[in-house]
Design a protein around this ligand. Structure first.
Ligand SMILES: Nc1nc2c(ncn2[C@@H]2O[C@H](COP(=O)(O)OP(=O)(O)OP(=O)(O)O)[C@@H](O)[C@H]2O)c(=O)[nH]1
Ligand SMILES: [Mg+2]
Length: 237
């Protein structure tokens, strides 16, 4: 197994040192995908890459959203010889102690195509989340299950491990989602590609430093995108 953790960043200067220290401490390779953060996160990332062989950086021209950043990261990972590509936020919401559990699950004999670090399965948790965030996230997942018939508790989760074969089977150029819908659509595409999807409970912690990059347009993108996906899957084939 040779996993690569992809960490998208936009203005995460308060978080970048910690996330690099945690991941290098685990001995896992990481790729920071920075969208020209005005706060200098990309410059700091380069300094880490110069100091550690296991740290890589991909610079992009400007803020384009989470989806395009991950797709660029996946492409980079697939061009190299990684066996598993992992998504993880920089802001501390995805706890480093949960990462070995996800990787271990991905490496079990049944070799799942996608392992999701899930909040909304038994033993999954959220810490310090305001009630409106919890309602929104749970509601979104009920909607996604009803609309798409996916048997996944947490389809919007952004802490996940893909086997390279699954990403190779998905047409990444056909994806243009920027926010949570990126995760929903990738879950759908992985299922369509025949990947076995398993969930591992995690504790999701509200970000402590820096500010959120997700706004209202990201929510409507997820709502409308899911409806469109459901419509197309029912009537267009
Ligand atoms: N490269 C890149 N990274 C991004 C972009 N938008 C968000 N990110 C990163 O993606 C991860 C998740 O974004 P967050 O802003 O934490 O989104 P969120 O977790 O829904 O929001 P919070 O609950 O407020 O943390 C973080 O590491 C961000 O820095 C973007 O446009 N480009
Ligand atoms: Mg976050």
């Amino acid at each position: 197994m040779k996993p690569l953790v992809i960490v998208p960043t936009y203005n995460e200067i308060e978080n970048i040192d910690r996330v690099v220290a945690e991941l290098t401490g685990l001995g896992v390779e990481l790729l920071i995908v920075d969208d020209a953060s005005p706060d200098g996160t990309g410059i700091r990332a380069d300094e880490h890459a110069a100091a550690h062989e296991t740290v890589h950086v991909l610079h992009r021209r400007g803020k384009e959203g989470l989806g395009p950043a991950y797709i660029a990261g996946f492409r980079w990972g697939l061009e190299h010889d990684y066996t598993h590509l992992i998504e993880m936020d920089a802001d501390g919401s995805h706890r480093i102690e949960d990462l070995p559990k996800l990787i271990a699950r991905a490496g079990e004999d049944d070799a799942p195509g996608l392992v999701i670090g899930s909040r909304w399965v038994k033993d999954g948790e959220v810490e310090n989340w305001p009630i409106h965030r919890e309602i929104l996230s749970r509601g979104a997942n009920i909607y996604v299950r009803a609309a798409l018939g996916l048997h996944v508790g947490d389809a919007t989760a952004g802490f996940r491990v893909y086997r390279r074969e699954v990403l190779e089977a998905i047409d990444l150029s056909g994806l243009d989602a920027r926010g949570y819908f990126f995760q929903i659509e990738m879950t759908w595409r992985a299922a369509e590609a025949g990947a076995a999807i398993v969930e591992v409970p995690i504790t999701f912690v509200e970000r402590r430093e820096g500010v959120s990059k997700m706004g209202g347009s990201i929510i409507s993108e997820a709502f409308l995108g899911t409806a469109k996906l459901a419509w197309n899957s029912r009537f267009k084939r």
